[in-house]
Design a protein around this ligand. Structure first.
Ligand code: ASP
Length: 316
């Protein structure tokens, strides 16, 4: 048995202590703790990294606090379109879905794509048809409704200012409203296999079938036992252009960097060059964990078999 570990995020952005109430802060901490323990429990019982990642993400998707699954943001048309991906670092098997609707846990659909389709990436109606065929749990629109998300959308639905653009102003506005609530997990199991997964509702008021980095392998999600397993969160477009998750692996593989140094380079140099605000979490196959962000805060948590545990929100 080797050291095992798990790390999760619930999104990055302008998350400031002065904007938070004690109750909300506690609710986030509890939600992160619950997801962390769900995933860690799988690892502790000898379960594989992929199952730990799924278990943690399902808990986050079911919680209205996060922009994934049930708490997904509204698109320009006033519906939820969700993206998710999962990757197994042992064999680089992977599954991803984009713009799926009414799927309770998109990470489970992504895993179903990985295990039971001959494909890697399914989108839109086709992905929904696959979900129905495989018996994946669907829910009516009302299940995904929350007043908080609705009000966020209502405030911006008639304006193009809030559709994703690349101006600094637009980004600041999006960050201020904490729109980056994607969830993700990376885990290293007792056998030294690693995996990563990411799930999101994307950006509030997104249109034209916009897809962010989260379900794109190499951009928002990546795993390979020889290097690392990574899940990203932030302004998706720069993360796609930076091939951010894979870039951490590339720095480790080709430059011999540690997980920590490679992630630091990508988050604090490579992404900054592209105005890519946000962060990422990751593990390597020795159980090392990293969590970094260039935004004001990132909901995050980690636990390992050496007894370390951390839950954080702000820049400490
Ligand atoms: N990266 C996600 C996207 O661009 C958003 C997020 O991380 O919250 O869709």
């Amino acid at each position: 048995m080797q050291p095992f570990s798990i790390v999760i995020h619930g999104g990055a952005g302008t998350i400031l202590k002065e904007d938070m109430t004690p109750d909300l802060e506690k609710a986030y901490q509890q939600a992160l703790d619950e997801a962390l323990e769900a995933g860690y429990g799988v690892l502790e019982q000898g379960g594989c990294a992929v199952n730990a990642v799924k278990a943690a993400i399902v808990v986050l998707e079911d919680n209205l606090l996060f922009n994934a699954g049930r708490g997904s943001v509204f698109t320009k048309k006033g519906v939820q379109e969700m993206d998710a991906a999962i990757m197994d670092g042992k064999n680089r098997e992977a599954g991803a879905v984009a713009a799926v609707r009414n799927v309770r846990n998109p990470i489970e659909l992504a895993a179903e794509v990985m295990h039971n389709s001959n494909h890697v990436f399914l989108s839109g109606k086709g992905a929904n048809d696959f979900a129905i065929k495989q018996g994946i749990k669907l829910e009516p629109d009302e299940f995904f409704f929350s007043q908080f998300r609705y009000d966020q959308w209502k405030a911006m639905r008639d304006s193009d200012n809030y559709s994703l653009d690349h101006t600094h102003q637009g980004l600041e506005e999006l960050m201020k409203d904490k729109k980056f609530g994607t969830v993700g997990c990376a885990a290293c199991d007792m056998e030294g296999n690693i995996a990563a997964g990411t799930s999101t509702g994307g950006m509030t008021n997104k249109k034209y079938g916009r897809i962010g980095d989260s379900p794109i392998l190499g951009a928002g999600t990546y795993a390979h036992n020889t290097t690392c397993a990574i899940s990203c969160t932030g302004h998706g477009e720069p993360f796609i252009k930076a091939v951010a998750a894979y870039d951490v692996a590339a720095h480790m593989e080709y430059k011999g960097m540690s997980l920590h140094d490679a992630m630091h380079e990508v988050v604090h140099t490579k992404l900054i060059e592209l105005n890519g605000e946000g962060g990422m979490i990751g593990v390597d196959a020795k159980g090392n964990v990293a969590m970094m962000f260039n935004s004001a805060g990132m909901y995050r948590a980690m636990k390992n078999s050496s007894g370390e545990k951390f839950i954080g929100i702000y820049r400490d």
